[in-house]
Design a protein around this ligand. Sequence first.
Ligand SMILES: CCCCCCCCCCCCCCCCCCC/C=C/C(=O)SCCNC(=O)CCNC(=O)[C@H](O)C(C)(C)COP(=O)(O)OP(=O)(O)OC[C@H]1O[C@@H](n2cnc3c(N)ncnc32)[C@H](O)[C@@H]1OP(=O)(O)O
Ligand SMILES: Cc1cc2nc3c(=O)[nH]c(=O)nc-3n(C[C@H](O)[C@H](O)[C@H](O)COP(=O)(O)OP(=O)(O)OC[C@H]3O[C@@H](n4cnc5c(N)ncnc54)[C@H](O)[C@@H]3O)c2cc1C
Length: 631
Amino acid sequence: MMIHTNNYILNIKELWDDVPEEYLSHKERYENAIKKAFIVLKVLRQLHTGNIQITDHRTPTNVYSIQDGIFRNVNPLLIHIGLFWSTIAAQASTEQQAEWLQPDSSMIGTYVQTELGHGSFIRGIETTATYDSTTDEFILHTPRLSAYKWWPGGLGNTANACLVMAQLYINGTCHGLHIFLAQIRDFDTHKPLPGIKVGEIGPKMGFNTADNGFLGFDNHRIPRTNMLMKNVQVLRDGTYVKPKHDKLTYGSMLLTRVTLISDLAYQLSKAATIAVRYSAVRRQSPIKSNEPERQILDFVSQQHKLFITIASSHVYRVVGLWMWNSHKRVTADIHEGNMGQLPELHALACCLKAISSRDASALVEQCRLACGGHGYMMASNLPQIYAYTTAAVTYEGEYTVLLLQTARYLVKFWRLAAEHKPLPQNFAYFEDYIKKNFEQWRNSPEGIIEGFKAIVAGKTKAAYDTLQCNLRNGREFEEAWNMASVQLTNASEAYARSLLCEVFWKETVQLSTKVSKSLAIVLEQLAELYLMYWALEKHGDLLLYSTISRNDIEALQSRYEELLALIRPNAVGLVDAFDIRDEVLCSTLGAYDGRVYERMMEEASKSPLNEDVVNESFHKYIRPVTMKNKL
Ligand SMILES: CCCCCCCCCCCCCCCCCCC/C=C/C(=O)SCCNC(=O)CCNC(=O)[C@H](O)C(C)(C)COP(=O)(O)OP(=O)(O)OC[C@H]1O[C@@H](n2cnc3c(N)ncnc32)[C@H](O)[C@@H]1OP(=O)(O)O
Ligand SMILES: Cc1cc2nc3c(=O)[nH]c(=O)nc-3n(C[C@H](O)[C@H](O)[C@H](O)COP(=O)(O)OP(=O)(O)OC[C@H]3O[C@@H](n4cnc5c(N)ncnc54)[C@H](O)[C@@H]3O)c2cc1C
């Protein structure tokens, strides 16, 4: 059957709620979401097997984005689809993939890594997988409470299988973390298997349809062939065959960090669409006292809050794609046995995941604030987008922890520069900084990019010098590193910003040659706005580390304000161009037709508190107190 995904999915009645999900209990929310998740999974399976085919051109992102509207929260199968399958595809051997990656598989899986006691420091994970050569099995075991798995999405009630990260022991030797496939519930009855203690962890700030769970193993046995064996093997006699790089097991985190950048771009585009459309509808106070009230989008301070969100969504879309292509290239190299580019990819993914999630959550919150009181309503959908986005600052590698990973990479190159050793081309600016080859400041995108590189160099130098000073004072390296960690994270953050500015500007200039002149102008305005915004935000750093002057900063400020005015007439068009359907946006404030107040009243009428003219609590609790003296 040929289908148009939008129409097909939008017409499946069971996928769309009559009662807004905020009015459901924790349990009802999950049950509602799981009903929908399996309808969507069925559609995805039909697509996969070719039983139905898609006719519209934006297929994968379409299915993904429509899901956002269906769940208004999180698909409980997000980890099954996004991490379970992809980890098997990337880390299981060809034979294992042939067995496990069947489209009609009974397995509903999740990715089980974090424990109660350890999330960031994964070498500290305590779950063990001990090889028993007499039975050709691994014994999975949770030695103590802190070793209980805690957090995995879909684990609480949904999954019957999981990929478990555990410390591998063979003949008493620990070989570190490895991934194992374990069945945890009966495929037919769904009851936990013997030796498995599993459940759900309770309500959270967001992700409340994701049934995040806990899991403990009591000497649970799985076949030896359930260890993911593409990169590393345990043979029948217990021989351990090492991987070509000892961090290949961390590959799923790397991939998810890369894909998250695009997801965050999408969340930003939703928030921008809601806030910009609302700001075009909402009128409040005149600008000149003798004039009618103005659209709040005409206030320049409002434009300052919103246009950076539009621009940032484009930045992360472009940089997300750029990273996706790098990931593809590096993965192909790894297949050929060449690991050379992996450290760079890891360093980039860490800082870009950290900064994209932090930017996205700050900007979504800014959009909410830009909608005044109405932005605080759940029906605006901004609180849900925020709760979803801010979680990404923590999961898949906590913000600071990831920035410190990138800092290791920067410090290595600074050390080379300081020792006057050859540097790769992309770090040649470290040498320029040391030789004080400072460029004359230019108030242009290219000038700003150079300025940001000077900040990276200056901050890396400062962190490195502090590190060296701590070492000279007799500290051990790890301690010296910890003492310098505020400066190290600052250097990483600056590095991410310089990458974002450079990649976005270069890609925009290139894209501009391929589109109409009028579109090219707007795209370049957005890119320039992004660079100016951050140059002004970081003007203190520019004053410290580049040759910028006070006059230059004043000129940047004027150009920035000019750009706000230039973008204003296109603002609504720019968010319309994100092309997000009302059913996906789920917002009273952001719908295409602009019927903001009507929709707000319609949504309010769905409140169960409006079902009775007089709520029964009046008779039970209020009246006895307020009427006491009058009875
Ligand atoms: C229109 C619509 C558009 C829509 C488009 C959308 C499309 C995309 C849709 C997909 C969306 C997907 C969304 C998915 C949502 C996910 C939901 C939430 C799920 C959450 C899951 C999780 O959270 S899983 C758990 C994650 N946990 C972590 O991330 C833990 C973080 N900690 C670590 O990673 C590690 O502990 C560490 C890296 C911090 C340290 O590790 P370790 O102690 O072993 O390292 P060492 O200190 O010994 O050594 C460091 C050394 O190793 C190198 N290294 C570390 N990691 C890697 C790696 N991954 N790869 C390569 N190298 C690595 C590091 O560089 C160091 O090298 P040196 O040379 O020594 O410096
Ligand atoms: C919504 C959500 C979904 C999740 N889904 C999954 C899942 O599906 N599967 C899964 O396995 N896990 C999942 N997780 C867990 C997640 O990966 C971890 O919470 C995350 O990696 C952070 O680890 P942590 O909780 O141990 O934080 P901690 O490391 O305890 O962080 C607490 C504080 O300590 C600081 N800190 C820690 N170590 C250092 C250090 N070395 N240097 C400096 N500062 C440090 C951090 O910066 C932070 O400020 C999920 C989490 C959330 C919130």
